[in-house]
Design a protein around this ligand. Sequence first.
Ligand SMILES: Nc1ncnc2c1ncn2[C@@H]1O[C@H](COP(=O)(O)OP(=O)(O)OP(=O)(O)O)[C@@H](O)[C@H]1O
Ligand SMILES: [Mg+2]
Length: 239
Amino acid sequence: MKATKQTVIEVKDLCKTYYMAGGMSQSVLKHISFQIKSGEFVAIMGHSGSGKSTLMNILGCLDRPTSGKYYLQGDLVSLKTDNELAIVRGEKIGFVFQNFNLLMKRSIADNVSMPLIYRGVGEKERYKKAVEMLSVVGLKGYEDRLPTQISGGMQQRVAIARALVNNPSIIFADEPTGNLDTATSDEIMALFTKLNQQGITIVLVTHEEDVADFATRMIKIHDGEKEYDGLRSEYKKEN
Ligand SMILES: Nc1ncnc2c1ncn2[C@@H]1O[C@H](COP(=O)(O)OP(=O)(O)OP(=O)(O)O)[C@@H](O)[C@H]1O
Ligand SMILES: [Mg+2]
């Protein structure tokens, strides 16, 4: 009998409203609900301004919803404080950004092992772990270079190595290939596919159809509402 996959992400009736100066407000996420099971590979799509990054930031525990519930591996994270969210981020998830978010004056090894500092891991051990993670992303031997001395695709690999350093079970990536050319983008997607095959749940935002094709499931957001949620292949047949 095939074991039932565990639900790792559950959002229920999630809403996000931004409140701005002068009493203005904008409702950006409207009653979003879905579940993601362990080992899934999900692409979140939708036009610019539809609320994808807002959703990703909540899923990645970088922000909180205005209302609704978010359970991460059964833990209700939507009500946690900033400090508590930082702990959840360090223990359970990795986040990859479009612009890599590397510290340009620090070595590649330092960038990769940065999350370990918060765990109190010593310098030698951090370097060892950085070397190990860099080898996973195909950058063995690059540990002592600066990010300015490698290409954009390599910089994103470094960012992925950094996301992997705490052995997360889920990786969130917000347009990870947005700044890369097609060939490099395919390489990064092949890397995400490899990590997914190793059991890591992947949730990524993309504008690009080719990038979304690497995912099995697609969630489409339209003006803050969930418009489609199902197999990527089914969506392609229908559209
Ligand atoms: N911190 C904020 N304060 C106020 N409004 C915001 C904030 N962040 C985003 N918004 C607004 O929320 C809406 C959704 O933004 P979001 O960044 O989630 O869109 P997106 O789908 O990621 O777009 P893109 O594809 O361009 O990255 C936009 O209208 C945006 O202006
Ligand atoms: Mg965005």
